[in-house]
Structures are given as structure tokens and as C-alpha cells.
Design a binder for this molecule. Structure first.
Ligand SMILES: [Zn+2]
Length: 529
């Protein structure tokens, strides 16, 4: 008989209380009859899981443990796995401001028990306060944050297109340092986006050194995922060089080869990353399983030089007669890279209009697509889905052992509601690109370990009881590009810190998520006393 630490504790306590024979331990929850993937092993096991308070206390054959539970969950026919961890979302405003948005039901129904926000350089600087405020409002899943370089730079330099002075850089470093002390997972950058794009490698390296001192990640939406400026390969090289110089572990956000000019370059990107890993650098990446990215039309098409200083300044540049020739040429070129106006779908429209392509929208406006794009930006911008990736690249990245699952969820794109179920349904079940265990492990333990989220991502005694049980025949997406906000189906049970967020396929009202801080570990006794 193998005694697990939690069980051992109970047996010792029972003995101390003077019982002649140990009475059966009574835990809170027993999940019985499921096929258990623990988040790390390749082979599943038929096992029961016992939960006490917010922790897993036993995983194995219940007969060896002489234990019972107040609530017994019949998971016969279900896959039981660690709740999924999504390392790249845009849930910060949902969590802080939306009515009921903090429930994040669209993530729970994907089997996600932890969401990370603050990516792409957009994370808040006051991480400590934000984490406290988020938990106070109530959270469906657990919640963690990156501190954003774009926000830091904006606070200190505004949108100015220049390097920081020495004192400005010191100010950015000291604010970053505090955010990391307060539990940020690392520094995120969005070097593709203005004004962060105005930052050079020295500025980013100085900041990444601060992250390295805290053993925190350098997480980056790289400067170019396509052929906009320095090109995909040079942008990957830049990210790796920042890791090399600063000593920080590097995490490439939503790895992809965006646009016709760089299709097929996944092979070279993988070779570069593997070479860096064999030098001793820690390099990971995440990926959403869709061929369309999601952004604003301004980010996709308007050149960065036009965006400096303020929206008003950008609008004036877009109108200025002397800029027209350059603008029309560069926007047409950006449109070509992304597959033309048929490959740009305007989504999540404020006026409630259905999604439609830039081709159709431009015809309606009686403009050519390039001029229509300028007018849309001046009129307040719009969200788009941009169909710009090739299956071969997506699959080549997906099978790498250092690539984890993410959603990068944004409004108007089904990835916010269906990334994990889609990866399972399309790439595990239909195309057999990934074995089920790899999908699970790269949606749980790989993510927890890379982000330094303590006692998460595995079904083992002592870990927090974040558990998903899904029906392998039903688990799948419902959302698509016409109906991007439909919740996914097939998660029968979901536990967040030991409380059920989904029971019998139905969402509960429970808000048991917590704000998580980098490397924060507590023994079960500390939390359960
Ligand atoms: Zn991004």
C-alpha cells in the first residue's frame, strides 16, 4: 500500500485521537470512475481523486485508502485532467469592469481553471492592487498577470517615438521591479504595436534584466510575425538575444507565421529556438489553434510611423494630402501580406451589424478597400479576424514539446470561447496531430511550470484541486466566426480550488477563483487551518 502525504496525515491524526483502528477518512469530494490524466504522465490511469478543502489529497485506487467523501462525483466515461491554464488572454477588463464578466463562463466551459492576462505589453503596472481588486470582485477561474512594457513606457514616455532617457529608463525599471515583487508572472512586451515598437533592444534588455533578477519570464508578442518591418526570423532572433543578454527565460506569445510572405518559415523558427535551448536558454511558446488572428484593423494595416503621439495626430496624418501616396502604397502592401480584403473579416461591431469582409464593407462604402480601411480607422477603428496562417505551420508548431495551448481570446473571434475544445476536437480527435496526453500536459503542467504557478497543473496530492472532467465524445467548440460567443460543450465537471464551477454540465454560481502570484506556494495546512 502506498501512503500519500495527505492520507498519511489523516491516518496519523486518527491515531493520535486514540482510535484503536483507523476510521475511514471522510473527505469533501470523491471523483470516481474516470480515466485520469495527471498532467504529466503519458499513460492515463483508472483512479479516484479525493479532494479536501482546496486540495487534492489522494489519487489512486480508493480501496487502498479506506476513505470516503461527503460528495461523490460519478465520472464514468469521462476524462479527468488538471484544469487547463490559459497563458494568454485579454480578460483584464472583463475581470475588473464587466457586469458578471468576472465569472468568465466562456473560459470555464472550455475547462480552463486559470487565466493569465496582461500580455502583449498591455498589462497593468500596479499589479499588486489589480490582483487584490480582481479577487475582491470575485473570479470564476484563477487569475494571474503580466506587467506590460507598453503600459510602463506609456506612463513614463507617453506615445513618443524616441528612446527613454537614463532617468526615464530607471523609472521604468523601478516600477517593473515593484510589479514583480507584487507577484507579476513576468514582463510582457508587444513590440509589434506602437508605441512599444519605438523601443529598441537595449531598452527591452535592461527591463528583461529586472525580470531575470526575479526569476520571472520575458514574454513577448515579437516585433514582427510577418514581413512588416524586420521580418519573422529577425524578430525571433531579437527575442532570443534579449534572453541571452538579460538571462531571462523567453516566452514567445501566440507563435505563428503570419501572412503569405512567411508561410513555411515555421521550420526555421523552430530550428532557431531549439538551437537557443541547446545553448542553455529557457524558451517556450504558446499557440491558439486557429488560422485567423484577431486584432484591430489599425494594427493590421496602418503603418506604425503614422501612429505616434495620439489618436488625433494619427488621424491628421491619415488625412494629410502629402502622406496619401505613401499611406496608400503601404496599406495596400500590408493588405496583400494578409491575403487581401477577402481575408479580413470585420467582427464584434458596435453597431450590431453582422461580420463581413473588408471587400463587402468597402463596396458598401463605395470606396476601394485601402481607402475604406483609412475611413474605418478614422471613424473609431474596428476589430477584425484576419485569415493569414497556413495549417502546415500551425501543426508544425503545435507538436513541439515547448508549445502550450492558449486562446489569446478577444471579442468577435471564437478563440475566446473555444480554443481548448477546438484543439482537442480538431487536432487530437480528427487530425491526430497530437496524442490526448500531450494536449492535456501542454495545457496544464507545461504552462504551470513555465509561468511558475506553484502547486497547479497536476493531479497529485498537495496540489490545488483545479480539476476538469469532460466527455471525450462531446467536448468541442460551438462558437465559429458567425457566432463567436457561443460557449463550448462537453465539460461535465469543473473544480476551481476544490469548489464546483460546473456540475452535471451546468455552470454553478460559485466564484472560487483566486488571484495567483508568481512562485507563491503554500502548504495545505496553511490554507486549511
Ligand atoms: Zn499578441
Amino acid at each position: 500500500m502506498i501512503l500519500r502525504p495527505g492520507l498519511l496525515l489523516v491516518l496519523i491524526l486518527t491515531a493520535l485521537l486514540g482510535c484503536a483502528a483507523p476510521a475511514p477518512a471522510v473527505y469533501d469530494i470523491q471523483i470516481t470512475g474516470g480515466l485520469v490524466y495527471d498532467g504529466e504522465s503519458v499513460e492515463p490511469q483508472n483512479a479516484d481523486i479525493f479532494i479536501a478543502g482546496d486540495r487534492i489529497v489522494f489519487v489512486g485506487d480508493p480501496k487502498t485508502g479506506n476513505a470516503t467523501a461527503k460528495t461523490i462525483i460519478d465520472a464514468t466515461g469521462l476524462i479527468v485532467a488538471p484544469g487547463f491554464i490559459d497563458p494568454h488572454t485579454h480578460t483584464l477588463s472583463d475581470v475588473l469592469f464587466n457586469q458578471n464578466g468576472n465569472h468568465l463562463a466562456g473560459y470555464l466551459t472550455q475547462g480552463v481553471t486559470t487565466v493569465v492576462a496582461g500580455n502583449d505589453g498591455g498589462g497593468p503596472v500596479r499589479v499588486g492592487e489589480t490582483l487584490v481588486a480582481a479577487e475582491k470582485r470575485g473570479l470564476g477561474p484563477n487569475f494571474a498577470l503580466f506587467v506590460g512594457h507598453g503600459t510602463l513606457r506609456g506612463e513614463v514616455l507617453g506615445r513618443e517615438n524616441r528612446p527613454p532617457t537614463e532617468s526615464e529608463l530607471e523609472e521604468m525599471k523601478s516600477r517593473l521591479d515593484q510589479a514583480l515583487i507584487d507577484g507579476a508572472l513576468g514582463l510582457s512586451t508587444g513590440l509589434y504595436y506602437a508605441p512599444a515598437s519605438y523601443a529598441g533592444i537595449d531598452e527591452i534588455t535592461s527591463l528583461a534584466e529586472v525580470a531575470a533578477r526575479h526569476d520571472a519570464l520575458y514574454e513577448t508578442h515579437i516585433r514582427d510575425e510577418s514581413s512588416y518591418s524586420i521580418g519573422l526570423i529577425s524578430a525571433i532572433e531579437e527575442a532570443l538575444e534579449i534572453g541571452r543578454r538579460s538571462g531571462a527565460a523567453v516566452h514567445i506569445a501566440h507563435i505563428k507565421a503570419l501572412g503569405v510572405d512567411v508561410w513555411g518559415q515555421s521550420e526555421r523558427v523552430i530550428a532557431l529556438i531549439e538551437a537557443a535551448q541547446s545553448e542553455g536558454l529557457t524558451v517556450t511558446a504558446d499557440q491558439y489553434p486557429w488560422s485567423a488572428s484577431g486584432t484591430r484593423i489599425s494594427n493590421a494595416l496602418i503603418p506604425n510611423w503614422a501612429k505616434a503621439d495620439s489618436d488625433e495626430a494619427m488621424h491628421a496624418r491619415l488625412r494629410a494630402p502629402e502622406n496619401q501616396e505613401r499611406l496608400l502604397t503601404e496599406i495596400a502592401e500590408n493588405l496583400r501580406k494578409r491575403g487581401g480584403p477577402d481575408a479580413i473579416l470585420l467582427v464584434a461591431r458596435d453597431d450590431g451589424l453582422p461580420s463581413r469582409t473588408l471587400t463587402v464593407e468597402a463596396a458598401e462604402m463605395q470606396l476601394d478597400p485601402v481607402q475604406a480601411a483609412i475611413e474605418i480607422v478614422i471613424g473609431g477603428d474596428a476589430r477584425i479576424a484576419s485569415f493569414n496562417m497556413q495549417d502546415q505551420d500551425i501543426e508544425r508548431f503545435m507538436v513541439q514539446p515547448w508549445v502550450m495551448t492558449s486562446s489569446d481570446g478577444t471579442n468577435g473571434h471564437p478563440r475566446k470561447f473555444a480554443s481548448f475544445p477546438r484543439k482537442y476536437r480538431t487536432y487530437v480527435e480528427e487530425k491526430s496531430v497530437l496524442p490526448l496526453a500531450d494536449f492535456i500536459n501542454r495545457s496544464s503542467s507545461l504552462t504551470a511550470d513555465s509561468l511558475n504557478l506553484c502547486q497547479r497543473g497536476r493531479l497529485v496530492p498537495g496540489h490545488y484541486a483545479d480539476v476538469v472532467a469532460f466527455d471525450p465524445d462531446r467536448f468541442g467548440p460551438v462558437a465559429d466566426f458567425s457566432n463567436p460567443s457561443e460557449r463550448s460543450i462537453g465539460v461535465e465537471y469543473l473544480f476551481v480550488n476544490g469548489e464546483a464551477a460546473i456540475i452535471d454540465g451546468q455552470l454553478s454560481d460559485t466564484l472560487n477563483g483566486r488571484s495567483l502570484r508568481r512562485g507563491e506556494c503554500q502548504t495545505p495546512e496553511e490554507t486549511q487551518s
